[in-house]
Every structure is written in structure tokens, then in C-alpha cells.
Unconditional design. Structure first.
Length: 459
């Protein structure tokens, strides 16, 4: 019985709960950054008299950093481990956020947003991979969605900062608050262990066994030494990992994931970064737009929790289709909202489905790849997806300006709704179900083989 098989059969343990909580708090800090940017865009644009193009550059600078950060983080996490990458990228994000808060001019602010994006883009794929690899088979999907639910709390805090602090202290306070995670990195380094699956794969069998044995003891499970087996250590390179993503066993998964990630990033960042500014352009005040954002952000929580509940009951594929279709419909409704009540109601619906979909995407992505390329696969999918997040802030104001006030607002959200709808169709036609299937260790290993091994191990 190898490390993966021992992990798959475990119930939730105190160690797993601790990892979920600590990594989740790091996830919350990342969300704070993204949430604050939407509020900062409107405030800094007014303070420095920025053009729409300047605001787009500011919004996309962080996203461009996320593109590069996601790609390198995936490669690095397969080479040096998930935990080290999470720690390093969290520190990078914190330093970048602090520098944003003391930026003397627009150019410096854009550069610092890029640095922040490097850290943010690198941490998220590594964090979801770590939680997925620690989780038992029956809790894996739910755990990763619950990890993603910390994003909602980060957005709520960011919305409160934008609503309560930015009007009083200015936009710099938002970035200075974002430097707090640097202190949290020390906690993460001490309390979060490396993924045993990764350790076993790279030949660090003793360390992997110690971590899993501790978790088994927490669950009152004992595995005799003569029943324990080890994987042969695998050495890989960045190019080999990338090429494996396009092998026969991984090709379909890679294509589907890249479409999913591009579509959700384009649609999501198309509306979250511009919603306050678009609402101001529609005639609402800046404070009103921040207030709407606070209320709308609360809808993220039931979106995550409902997805976490459903994902282990009806499966990843059905939940993904339902939540992407729901997001498309809600975006269309939001684009036609005219009154305050309509903005709030349709905005809540939009955030409910969109963030539930995000949770499912982060859960689904690591599951379709084997351990030897899981970090790279997740990182490259996120990297390609961030291209959608990069171009959306430029396309949204162009479309809005082309059609003018009123009509432009509606057309923007029809465009974003279409992106979500396309993803729902692709998943329905080509997506694979991963519910209840064990994580494989190598690219040559087939899911059916792992399932048979798990059955034999249980006998």
C-alpha cells in the first residue's frame, strides 16, 4: 500500500483541517488584493486623473504578472515542492502590495502591481494542488471548494476596506493592508507540511511516511511496515512536464481545462474589476458603487457552500455545467438591470454562480492530472486562463465606449455572459467526471488501474 493509497482511504483528520484553514487564510489574503483593485481603480483614476486606457493598464499589470507567476509556479511546485512555492509567492505578493501602497507615480504603481501579480498567480495553483493531494477521496472536491470559499471572505474584507477606508484615507490604505500576509508566511512555514504524494514521488519516502503515519494515528489507523510500498523516484524537467500535458493520456484534459480557465477568467475579471466604475458611469455615486459591491460580495458565500455540498453528491461535471450556465444567465440579467434593487438582486445572483463555479474549477483541475505533472498542469491551465483576465479589462471599456452609456453596459454583460455559456457547452460535450476517482501518481498510470489497486488495498 503506497502513500497515495493510504491518503485516499483516510477520513478528515486534525492535520487536514489545520492545512485547510491555514492555506485558506493565505487564499483569503490573495482575494483581498483582487477585491481591492476594483475599488482602487475608481479611486486612483479620480485621484490621478487616469484615462480608461491607464486604468486598464493598471488592472492588467497584476494579471500579466499572474500569467507568468502561474506558469513558473506550476513548474517550480513539481520540482521543489508545493509548500515552498506557496511560502515564496505569499512573501512576493506581500512585498508587492506594500510597494503599491507607497508608489510615487503611475509607472511605479503599474510595476508593483506586476510584482504582486507574480506572487498571486503563483500561489493559487500550488495551494489548490496541495489541498487536493492531502485530501481523502470522499472529501477532495469539497475540501478544495471550501478552500476557494476563503476567497469570498477576502472579497468581503476588501469591499469593506473600499467602502469604509478608501473614501476617508485614500486608495493607498488598501494596498498597505495587503502587506499583512508577510507576517502570516511564518505561520504557514511552521505549521503546513509538504505534500506526501510529492515527497514520495521524488524519493523522500521517509518524510512522506512520517506525515501520513501521523495522520493515520489521528484516525486510529495502523498500517504495518510490511504492507507499506514506495514509488520509484521520478526526475523530471520543465520541458518534459509540459510535453506530458499533451500526451495521449492528458491531451483531452488539457484542452478542456484551458478553455474553462480562459472563459472563467475573461468573464469574471471582465465584470469584477470594472463593476464599480461601470456603475459610476451609469449614474451611481462612488460610495454607492462600493456599497453595492459589499452587499453583492456576501452572495459569494452561499455560492461556494452550495457548490461544496453538491460537488460530492452529483459530481464535478454536472455542478460545473449548472454553475457556468447560471453565471451566464445572471450576467445577462445584470446587464439589463436599471434600478438599485435590480442591480443588487442580479449582482448577488451573478456572484453566487460565478464564485461557485470558481470553486468547482479549482477542485476539478488538479484531479485530472497525475502527481508527476499535477503542479505543472494546474499552473499552465491557470497561466493560459490569466490571458483571458489580462485582455478583459482592455476589451470591456472599448465595448462600452463603442456602444455608449446605457446600451454599452448591456452589451458588455451580454459579451461576458456568452463567455460563460461557451464554457458550459464545452464541459457538457467534452468534460470528464472525476468524482470518487483516486488521484494517479504518474502520467502512464490510468484511473482504472488506480481504482483496482485501491479496491485490492482495502481487502
Amino acid at each position: 500500500m503506497n502513500i497515495s493509497q493510504r491518503l485516499e482511504r483516510l477520513p478528515m483528520t486534525p492535520t487536514m483541517n489545520k492545512i485547510l484553514l491555514i492555506v485558506g487564510i493565505g487564499w483569503l489574503f490573495d482575494a483581498m488584493d483582487q477585491g481591492m483593485v476594483s475599488g482602487v481603480l475608481a479611486a486612483v483614476g479620480s485621484d490621478w486623473t487616469l484615462s480608461p486606457l491607464d486604468q486598464s493598464m493598471l488592472a492588467s499589470a497584476g494579471t500579466f504578472g499572474m500569467i507568468i507567476g502561474a506558469a513558473f509556479s506550476g513548474i517550480a511546485s513539481d520540482k521543489w515542492g508545493r509548500r515552498k512555492v506557496i511560502l515564496f509567492t505569499l512573501l512576493m505578493y506581500s512585498v508587492g502590495s506594500f510597494l503599491c501602497g507607497i508608489s510615487a507615480n503611475f509607472t511605479m504603481l503599474v510595476i508593483c502591481r506586476f510584482i504582486t501579480g507574480l506572487g498571486l498567480g503563483g500561489e493559487l495553483p500550488a495551494a489548490s494542488t496541495l489541498v487536493s493531494e492531502f485530501s481523502p477521496i470522499k472529501q477532495r472536491g469539497r475540501n478544495v471548494v471550501l478552500l476557494e470559499s476563503f476567497w469570498a471572505w477576502g472579497w468581503i474584507i476588501a469591499a469593506l476596506v473600499a467602502y469604509l477606508l478608501i473614501p476617508v484615507y485614500g486608495w493607498r490604505i488598501a494596498f498597505l493592508v495587503g502587506a499583512v500576509p508577510a507576517l502570516f508566511a511564518a505561520v504557514l512555514r511552521i505549521m503546513v507540511p509538504e505534500s506526501p504524494r510529492y515527497l514520495d514521488l521524488v524519493g523522500k519516502h521517509k518524510q512522506a511516511d512520517e506525515i501520513v503515519t501521523k495522520m493515520e494515528a489521528e484516525a486510529d489507523i495502523v498500517v504495518p511496515n510490511n504492507k507499506k510500498t514506495q514509488l520509484s523516484a521520478i526526475k523530471t524537467s520543465a520541458w518534459k512536464s509540459f510535453s506530458q500535458l499533451w500526451s495521449k493520456n492528458n491531451l483531452r484534459a488539457t484542452l478542456v481545462l484551458w478553455v474553462i480557465w480562459f472563459g472563467i477568467n475573461f468573464g469574471y475579471y471582465g465584470f469584477v474589476l470594472w463593476t464599480p466604475s461601470l456603475l459610476v458611469a451609469q449614474g451611481f455615486s462612488l460610495v454607492q458603487s462600493f456599497g453595492f459591491t459589499v452587499i453583492i460580495c456576501l452572495a459569494q458565500l452561499p455560492g461556494y457552500f452550495s457548490a461544496a455540498w453538491l460537488i460530492e453528491r452529483i459530481g464535478r461535471k454536472k455542478v460545473l455545467i449548472a454553475y457556468f450556465a447560471g453565471t451566464a444567465f445572471a450576467a445577462w440579467l445584470f446587464g439589463h438591470a436599471g434600478s438599485e434593487m435590480a442591480v443588487l438582486a442580479t449582482g448577488c445572483l451573478l456572484y453566487f454562480f460565478a464564485l461557485g463555479a470558481w470553486g468547482c474549477v479549482y477542485s476539478y483541475t488538479p484531479e485530472v492530472y497525475p502527481t508527476d505533472v499535477r503542479g505543472s498542469g494546474t499552473g499552465w491551465a491557470a497561466c493560459f486562463g490569466r490571458i483571458g483576465a489580462f485582455v478583459a479589462p482592455f476589451i470591456v471599456p472599448l465595448v462600452y465606449a463603442s456602444f455608449g452609456e446605457g446600451v454599452g453596459f448591456t452589451v458588455v454583460f451580454i459579451m461576458l455572459a456568452s463567455a460563460f455559456a461557451v464554457v458550459a457547452v464545452v464541459i457538457a460535450l467534452f468534460g470528464m467526471e472525476t468524482k470518487g476517482k483516486p488521484l494517479s501518481d504518474t502520467s502512464d498510470e490510468k484511473v482504472g488501474t488506480r481504482a483496482m489497486e485501491m479496491d485490492e488495498a482495502a481487502i
